[in-house]
Ligand binder design. Structure first.
Ligand code: ADP
Length: 234
């Protein structure tokens, strides 16, 4: 019975992935036709090129998500721990997300302490946590919104918050939002929704760093706050 339900989950996952590939591939094909047709002017061709660029990024992200999910569910993944200033990691993550943030004309505010906030972490993996949260904040907010990244280091704990003023999360979904493949129904219908793996990856990585992550939202259209707590280096 359990094996049958796993098989069903796998088939569902494959169907989701196939579906997620279909839209970008169709868009790339349409753009390639425009580029191949010399009747289009320079502007039309530039738009087609930009569309291919965007869609390829989307497919690359999907494949990264799947690779991460596979890597993180394979026994105990190895972290390369270093002593790092979390402020630098936040700045680097914000720079990596700049294209999405600028595309949506978001005002991105980083509220960072004036002193170093040292933690022991794998900078690549923890960087991915911050970019995933920032990426979601942009993805699930209307353009021209404000996104705030806050960092506090009180007593032995470092706490990092990513706050948006976007579509929010219904209360009944909050306890399940970090489970694999879970998406809010209204989101699932969007064309750029992804496959619901990002937050699962976030939680796994944070827990590997002996930390916790929590989601809060006052409800639909009330924005969302994700808080990551990590032990401070002493
Ligand atoms: P994906 O972005 O691929 O859908 P995630 O695991 O990153 O997957 O997120 C799971 C779901 O959680 C999303 O589909 C969305 O419903 C909800 N969610 C995540 N972040 C936010 C956010 N900042 N605001 C509103 N909903 C969010």
């Amino acid at each position: 019975m359990e094996a049958a339900s796993h098989a069903h989950d796998h088939v569902e996952l494959l169907a989701t992935v196939a579906h997620e590939l279909r839209n970008p591939l169709a868009a790339i094909q349409a753009a390639a036709r425009i580029l191949g047709n010399h009747e289009h002017d320079a502007r039309g061709r530039e738009e087609a090129r930009a569309a291919i660029d965007r869609q390829v990024m989307r497919i690359a992200r999907l494949s990264d998500d799947l690779l991460d999910a596979g890597y993180l569910s394979s026994g105990r993944p190895q972290l390369r721990m270093e002593l790092i200033d979390l402020r630098e990691l936040i700045n680097a993550a914000a720079a990596a997300c700049r294209p999405q943030l600028e595309a949506g004309h978001f005002a991105t505010v980083l509220l960072l302490p004036p002193h170093p906030v040292m933690i022991e972490a794998d900078p690549i993996r923890l960087g991915q946590v911050i970019t995933n949260l920032l990426d979601n904040a942009a993805k699930f907010s209307e353009p021209y919104g404000m996104i705030v990244v806050g960092l506090d280091d009180n007593s032995g704990v470092v706490s990092l918050r990513v706050v948006d003023h976007g579509i929010g999360i219904p209360a009944e979904m909050l306890p399940r939002i970090f489970d694999p493949f879970v998406q809010v129904d209204s989101v699932r219908l969007r064309s750029n929704s992804g496959i619901g793996i990002g937050l699962h990856v976030v939680k796994r990585i944070v827990e590997l760093h002996r930390g916790t992550v929590k989601a809060f939202s006052a409800g639909p259209d009330m924005g969302s706050t994700f808080t990551v707590r990590l032990p401070r280096h002493t």
